[in-house]
Design a protein around this ligand. Structure first.
Ligand code: FES
Length: 118
């Protein structure tokens, strides 16, 4: 079967739900940008900030594991939990069996985007 190359993502951004697709090999940030979703990425996606912080609430096991660098950056982020990842580093490595991935972007993070940072 080749149709499992893309997964449908249910995403909650600041309380609003929307759906987009994430292809195997893409990061969350790449997929978001390709589909017009405004996910902050102050450092340009090189693991040097934590503004692309997302929470992967379903399908997290299908993503590339976090590196030490990513974990260091996440230490700086607000409201971090076990589901936290950097959107520019979390790359989908295989499609989840049920085809579902769910993400949350904390609404304070969206506000930070609008206000241009801290
Ligand atoms: S955009 Fe800076 S760490 Fe992801």
């Amino acid at each position: 079967m080749t149709e499992d190359l893309k997964s449908e993502i249910r995403m909650v951004v600041a309380g609003q739900e929307r759906t987009f697709t994430l292809a195997v090999g893409q990061t969350v940030l790449e997929a978001a940008e390709a589909q017009g979703l405004d996910l902050d990425h102050a450092c340009g996606g090189v693991c040097a900030c934590s503004t692309c912080h997302v929470k992967i609430t379903a399908g997290a096991e299908c993503f590339s594991p976090a590196t030490e660098d990513e974990e260091d950056q996440l230490d700086e982020a607000r409201d971090v939990g076990p589901e936290s990842r950097l959107g520019c580093q979390a790359r989908l490595e295989r499609a989840p069996e049920d085809g579902r991935v769910e993400l949350e972007i904390p609404d304070w993070n969206v506000n930070a985007v609008r206000e241009g940072g801290h």
